[in-house]
Design a protein around this ligand. Structure first.
Ligand code: SF4
Ligand code: SF4
Length: 434
């Protein structure tokens, strides 16, 4: 693709980066076939190729983002299915991240929209605030049907109440800052990202991770200064809050690497894993040794399934005689290119694994997308649940809390992959299973 940035524009490292990405696109349109929003809406401007053109024009013009560009970029799930399909290696993730940040800097959203986005980034990354918000949502849940109208605000309120769990589990004790000693001879030492929303919605995921790793002889450290990975703010274009959260994690894990040492930084929410693995890129233009520190942390980041495989996961329980419909989270399959490993581990644990058709398509969760774009997210959810149900499986497994929350409630029971693996290696049966 031809671009026409001026020499002055190209001195901005973010523009220079996006220019390089834009020039790799040959506008073949292959990506449109696997883009969820293009499949649903049929509008070229809601396809990867259309968005790439919009972003190119916006950045080249140097003018504030228009309402049209914002509408179509906002509808993008950042599912990265287009990156898997693209034969030219277009890094759409970095391009759309830049576009979102540019929009945030140059476009003034309507006041209710600004307020909602402000609230989401001030509440979701902080477990105590999120817990309080969910407690309030639980009280309001019975009245969701009384919310009038089909406007966007009404849809968003209903979506938030639907996503709030009926019963919130008590806070987990294992995921507090501490060191969990390995059982038997120590074979490794890892840090665990305990996350933000996940530890409130489903502390059993971190508990299963800690139990399973320590049982395998791996010491698990939970550092005090770590927090949200920054993905929620990053995907809303809020550069500074995202960088502040990432900086805290890099400092915390860097100190641990320099101290007792780490073999890996374990992440069991694949949306977070995709972001932490990208810290090196996010910090590439930061001063001092931040780029090197960030790259060092990113280089040690692993999805839990990668760590389990490298340390030789082996089940100890008899096969449960259950069939699992494996839902491949976009951040895992498209963002991290981890496609077969979770299924291999589940099969090794004794489950029969089935995959739904259209496995490449997003379930509609996508961070805060199911709140901000409830209509499209709802359509994708119904479509995904239909395919998962038709597998005839007993339950759904996935490796990302966002997907588990999105898919829970209306069909099969859901469980995180690591909860199932822990169960088959001596842990308790996941509480979500009958
Ligand atoms: S598949 Fe890749 S090269 Fe082709 S239009 Fe899409 S992004 Fe561009
Ligand atoms: S990230 Fe997903 S929704 Fe966005 S353009 Fe690519 S395929 Fe479409």
């Amino acid at each position: 693709m031809q671009t026409e940035f001026t020499a002055a524009q190209l001195r901005d490292p973010d523009i220079a980066e996006s220019n390089g990405i834009l020039r790799t696109c040959v506008h073949c349109g292959f990506c449109t076939a696997t883009c969820p929003t293009f499949q649903l809406l049929g509008d070229e401007l809601d396809s990867p190729r259309g968005r790439i053109y919009l972003i190119k024009d916006m950045l080249e013009s140097g003018r504030p983002a228009t309402e049209e560009v914002v509408r179509h970029v906002d509808r993008c799930l950042s599912c990265l299915s287009c990156m898997t399909t693209c034969p030219s290696g277009v890094n759409y993730m970095h391009l759309v991240d830049h576009a979102r940040s540019y929009i945030e800097d140059t476009y003034t959203r309507p006041a209710p929209e600004r307020a909602l986005r402000w609230l989401l980034t001030r509440i979701l990354p902080h477990p105590t605030r999120f817990r309080l918000a969910l407690a309030g949502a639980a009280l309001a849940r019975p009245f969701a049907g009384l919310i009038p109208g089909e406007g966007l605000l009404s849809q968003r309120l209903r979506a938030m109440l639907r996503l709030a769990p009926r019963d919130l589990p008590p806070p987990g004790r294992l995921e507090l800052p501490q060191v969990h000693k390995a059982q038997g001879t120590r074979r490794g030492r890892v840090a665990l990202l305990t996350g933000c929303a996940q530890q409130v919605l489903s502390p059993s995921i971190n508990e299963a991770t800690i139990r399973l790793l320590t049982r395998m002889g791996i010491e698990v450290v939970i550092t005090r200064a770590q927090g949200c990975c920054g993905a929620l703010a990053h995907h809303m274009g809020q550069h500074d809050p995202a960088m502040a959260m990432a900086r805290a994690n890099i400092a915390a894990w860097g100190a641990e690497m320099d101290g007792a040492g780490l073999d890996a930084i374990v992440i069991n929410a694949s949306g977070c894993g995709t972001t932490v693995k990208d810290y090196g890129f996010m910090f590439r233009n930061e001063p001092g040794d931040w780029p090197a520190q960030a790259a060092r942390v990113a280089g040690l980041a692993r999805d839990i399934t990668e760590v389990l495989e490298s340390f030789g996961y082996a089940p100890s329980a008899a096969p449960p005689g259950l069939t699992v419909a494996y839902h491949s989270a976009c951040s895992l399959q498209h963002g991290q290119k981890i496609t077969t490993l979770p299924k291999t581990l589940l099969s090794r644990a004794g489950f029969t694994v089935r995959e739904p058709v259209e496995g490449h398509l997003c379930c509609g969760s996508a961070g805060t997308y199911n709140i901000l774009q409830p209509e499209i997210a709802g359509q994708l959810r119904v479509r995904k649940l239909g395919h998962l149900n038709r597998t005839g499986a007993d339950l759904i497994a996935a490796g990302n809390i966002g997907c588990l929350t999105q898919l829970a409630g209306d069909a099969l029971p859901v469980a995180h992959t690591v909860e199932l693996l822990d169960w088959m290696a001596g842990g308790p049966k996941p509480a979500t299973l009958p």
